[in-house]
Design a protein around this ligand. Structure first.
Ligand code: SF4
Length: 484
């Protein structure tokens, strides 16, 4: 802990009268690379009379084994001694980490088994944009959506109201706070901050973060596009809100050697080439969190190369043109070909393309088209494919689509690997874990509790399969094929 703290730049030194343990349910490296986590840290540290200290899932934590006692980095205080434990959950499979950090704090993960002597467990984070219901058995309340303003209001309520029942009632009356004990599985709408509150930026540059020593700042919030599988599409919180170029550049410390530009659609910022060029001229290395292929014109790719890029990474989305149209993507074959040509022109090492398989209506012919097309691209520039199985998510038009099934996904991945062997580097995330993610993405309280059972049994896939399989009367939406 001390070594990590000593290597950080920008940590805020403040001891608030009312302290929050701000916990990330993955290891330090992932937590400090999360702009959302850093934004909540800053919100609490800048609020009069409040403060927070950070804690993370232990680097060596193993499901099924007791988590070491969880202490904060700043003062080595036991997390269970704080009045509030706030936790940010990014995606479904991080719920396992939540159960582990709660046990590490000396608490029962289940809210029904806790009493007023322990901290109030407050959830939030990107998972709330889709389906946070499986958090319900663990969190006393959850801040829905954009939480940087609301979290301060919630903590002030917890500071001023005495007694757990009164706290829950007060929070349940707030428009964007979900109180599972009172609301059940019904969710309130997402919070949205004013444009004046943008951009989010992270004060801490952490040498041991996954994005080492990077200053993180958003260039826009939301997205103007309509990809049918995506939670952050234009219908979420009013679409894309763009931060003016001078506000972005004015916020970035001049001594930041590495800058991460973050957002759902960073390359859609109308001034992105100028922003990257200005930062490069200042001597900063620049990373962008998302590049759309139709935006990868030669001048932008040149700017990225000068900013330190060696791999050009963008989205192919679906394996075939037919699948990409179904997803309502603007990316077409000609854009991907142009991206490959431009990557070669500026001497990038490779072009990395992300895509999903297991899409509704997908057949082996779609995979074969991907093999043919990726092979053609690899004659222009070395190609790497990063593949994730499709998981239907709530708050998207594809919520009712089925997960394809583990066997189907594995068959398609094998067909891709075989077809591209020796020509294209193919990496894929696990079909089995995608199934578990898909169950949770559609799940409720029962599926959340099943995660706890699975973690306590060892956290292997077989434990999840058994725990989900043991649920009484699965709801219709949970009839996802495990195999076909
Ligand atoms: S996938 Fe990307 S481009 Fe498409 S809607 Fe989501 S954030 Fe926007």
């Amino acid at each position: 802990m001390q070594r990590r703290l000593a290597s950080e730049i920008g940590a805020i030194d403040k001891h608030g009268a009312f302290g929050v343990a701000l916990v990330y349910p993955s290891a330090y490296g992932a937590g400090m690379a999360s702009l959302g986590y850093q934004r909540i840290y800053r919100a609490l540290m800048e609020a009069d009379g409040l403060g927070c200290e950070r804690a993370f899932l232990d680097d060596d934590a193993k499901p099924g084994e007791p988590h070491p006692p969880l202490h904060t980095y700043e003062s080595n205080r036991a997390v269970g001694d704080f009045p509030v434990l706030a936790v940010s959950v990014a995606y479904e499979l991080e719920i396992a980490g939540l159960t582990q950090v709660l046990e590490g704090a000396g608490l029962s993960p289940l809210r029904e088994e806790r009493d007023e002597r322990g901290p109030f467990v407050l959830g939030g984070g990107p998972l709330t944009f889709s389906n946070p219901v499986p958090l319900g058995p663990f969190c006393d309340a959850v801040v829905m959506g954009e939480g940087e303003r609301l979290v301060v209001d919630v903590v002030r309520v917890l500071e001023s109201v005495r007694g757990r029942a009164a706290q829950l009632a007060a929070l349940a009356a707030m428009p964007h706070v979900w109180v599972p004990a009172l609301h059940g599985e019904a969710l309130p709408p997402l919070a949205q901050v004013d444009d004046a509150d943008l951009p989010a930026w992270g004060p801490i540059r952490a040498a041991e973060a996954a994005l080492s020593s990077m200053f993180l700042i958003e260039t826009s919030r939301g997205c103007s596009r309509g990809c049918t599988y995506c939670v952050m599409r234009r219908s979420t919180n009013g679409g894309m809100r763009i931060v003016p170029e001078d506000e972005i550049l004015g916020r970035i410390p001049l001594d930041a050697k590495r800058v991460g530009l973050v957002g759902a659609a960073v390359s859609d910022h109308p001034r992105i080439v100028s922003i990257v060029r200005t930062l490069t001229a200042r001597g900063s290395e620049v990373g962008l969190s998302s590049l759309r292929p139709d935006k990868l014109k030669i001048e932008f790719v040149q700017a990225l190369k000068q900013a330190g890029y060696r791999t050009l990474t963008t989205a192919m989305d679906g394996p075939s043109e037919r699948m990409r149209k179904q997803l309502d993507r603007r990316a077409e074959i000609r854009h991907l070909e142009a991206a490959a040509e431009n990557a070669r022109a500026v001497k990038m090492d490779r072009l990395k393309l992300y895509l999903m398989v297991g899409l509704p209506g997908e057949t082996d012919e779609d995979i074969d088209e991907c093999v043919r097309f990726s092979s053609e691209l690899s004659r222009i520039v070395p190609i790497a494919l990063g593949i994730a199985p499709f998981c239907p998510k709530r708050n998207t038009p594809m919520v009712d689509a089925a997960f394809a099934g583990i066997d189907v996904v594995e068959h398609r991945l094998e067909r891709l690997r075989k077809g591209l062997r020796g020509r294209v580097d193919v990496r894929a995330t696990s079909a089995k874990w995608a199934w578990a993610e898909a169950v949770l993405a559609q799940g409720g309280f029962a599926e959340g509790r099943a995660v706890l059972d699975a973690v306590r049994s060892g956290g292997r896939f077989a434990d999840y399969k058994r725990a989900f399989g043991a649920l009484d009367a699965p709801k219709p939406r949970l009839r996802l094929p495990l195999t076909q």
